[in-house]
Design a protein around this ligand. Sequence first.
Ligand SMILES: [Mg+2]
Ligand SMILES: [Zn+2]
Length: 214
Amino acid sequence: MNSKLRTRNLKSATPNSQLSPSRGFRAIFLDRDGTICEDVGYLNSIEQILLIPRAAAAIRRLNENGFKTVMVTNQSGVARGFFTETRLQEVHAELTRLLREEGAFLDGVYYCPHYPDEGEEPYRRICDCRKPAPGLLLQAAEDLGLDLPASLMIGDHYSDVECAQRVGAQGILVLTGHGHEALSKKENWPSLPSIIVPDLYEAVRWILFNGVKG
Ligand SMILES: [Mg+2]
Ligand SMILES: [Zn+2]
């Protein structure tokens, strides 16, 4: 009786939820620059934010299918003194507002402001969160209750793919942003992405239609 009741409550609370009761939610981790928005190089004002075509639609489809959507981004511009952490947060507030205007929601935003050998303390340091280090994914998993081996990361650098694979998730490379440049160094990759696709929208289409393990 009790377990039936719990199941019913769970379903009504989270329709289409990608939740395994024992393991957590499936998440799609999304790189920011070159994946969700155009990579303009150390973007430091809200006027520079330009969404990549169909990126918002892609995120909306993930929302509709019950995935947790988590943006994970290296922002060493903070350590390098190109912009403050406050400015970075303003940029993220505007980016999430632009996405919301198109019905797309991010469940979490995580960034690494560090850099190992430039800038000032406390940002100048070897950290565990600069991708491909897995710190941001691990933190999000703890905060949001994520099932990492059932999750995927989408990005335009090989470090995004590597970051995913370090936590047992799948990595997808997109050819927007620096994707073509990444692909040209393919002979150096220690392992392959699960798939290489033109952009975020196609990555999401692949996730939804190709029976990715749950
Ligand atoms: Mg990128
Ligand atoms: Zn860091």
